[in-house]
Design a protein around this ligand. Structure first.
Ligand SMILES: Cc1cc2nc3c(=O)[nH]c(=O)nc-3n(C[C@H](O)[C@H](O)[C@H](O)COP(=O)(O)O)c2cc1C
Length: 317
């Protein structure tokens, strides 16, 4: 045996011993497959020292809980000289239960004779308990994921998509538009004199106003090729595919009219009601256009429409 093989053997043994999972080897030729090796991970997981378990069958891990169908599955697999993967209840030295995800594989010598089994023990208690809890509460992982997704991508105050969703959708839309040379539209929408509204009517009225206007914006841009979101504060944003500048202009003006039609009173506005200003850009984003640039141009257009007297639309290309 040369030096490289010695080193790699040593490394292999160390690596096995360092694993957080339990790694054990059993003699396949002895009755009851006694343990001949147990790693530090196994000691840690079960509370038993390797010296205490070597020479014994693993059955001591089952305590009195020997009626589990998984034990029959292991027995059948071993009687055929095969491996198996099961999750069963096992008990630590201190008597506490843990769920053991046990993987057993047969090991053969050069003549193909079954000599050993290798067992990998993984403590999956947290996962099993979570699954049981979800089952009891009628939830499953898919539902939980959906709920989590909604939480992550929804603005908690207004109830429509949040800035995170907008940024992700915008990046997707932008690269598709670049690839397919399609027109991409971005709108920045801001409630006019919202600070004054909040000062006059209080924050909870301000929040309600944001909810009503946000809902109106989201309903106006609800196709699958649109994404309307709360961008931050009293500002909303929309990214949309396939509308030319005239369509976008018309659609944005209709949105201004819809918000006026909500007739939310605003004593500090010359119109006496809540209005919005819109800035936007519609263009095919060629290679020389960056995503940030489009957002900035839409924001500049929004400031422009504010300076021109608010309650209006300014779209550039
Ligand atoms: C390599 C290997 C690892 C094993 N690891 C465990 C274990 O971690 N926990 C356990 O409950 N049983 C384990 N077993 C299974 C038991 O040793 C035994 O095969 C099982 O209880 C079924 O046999 P029985 O009907 O004779 O009890 C392992 C078996 C082998 C071969």
């Amino acid at each position: 045996m040369d030096a490289t093989q010695e080193i790699s053997r040593d490394l292999l043994a160390k690596a096995i011993n360092e694993s957080h999972d339990g790694v054990t080897i059993a003699d396949a030729q002895e009755d009851g497959q006694p343990i001949i090796y147990a790693s530090a991970g196994f000691e840690q997981m079960t509370g038993y020292a390797a010296a205490e378990v070597v020479g014994k069958s693993y059955r001591f891990l089952q305590g009195d809980d020997t009626g589990q169908p998984e034990i029959g599955i292991i027995r059948n697999a071993l009687s055929r000289g095969e491996g198996c993967l099961v999750i069963l209840r096992n008990y630590r030295k201190d008597g506490t239960m843990f769920w053991n995800e046990l993987s057993i594989s047969p090991v053969h010598n050069a003549d193909g004779k079954l000599t050993h089994y290798i067992g990998i023990q993984k403590d999956v208690t947290a996962r099993v308990l979570l699954e049981q809890h979800l089952h009891q509460t009628g939830l499953d992982m898919a539902t939980l994921n959906r709920q989590l997704n909604t939480l992550v991508y929804t603005d908690p105050l207004v109830g429509i998509s949040n800035r995170r969703r907008f940024d992700e959708e915008f990046a997707k839309f932008f690269s598709t538009a670049q690839r397919t040379h399609s027109e991409l539209s971005v709108l920045m929408i801001d409630l006019d004199r919202f600070k004054l509204f909040n000062q006059r009517y209080g924050e909870s009225a301000g929040d309600e106003c944001l909810r009503i206007v946000g809902d109106c914006i989201a309903k106006s841009f609800s196709r699958s090729s649109d994404c309307a979101a709360r961008y931050g504060g009293a500002q909303f944003s929309v990214v949309s595919f396939g509308a030319n500048i005239e369509d976008l202009q018309r659609h944005a003006q209709q949105l201004c009219a819809k918000v006026r039609a909500l007739s939310i009173p605003h004593g500090d506005s010359p119109h006496g009601i809540v209005t919005i200003s819109i800035g936007g850009i519609s263009r095919v984003p060629y290679r020389d256009t960056s995503a940030d640039e489009l957002i900035k141009l839409a924001e500049v257009a929004l400031y422009d429409s504010k300076h021109r007297g608010r309650d209006q639309v300014r779209i550039v290309n």
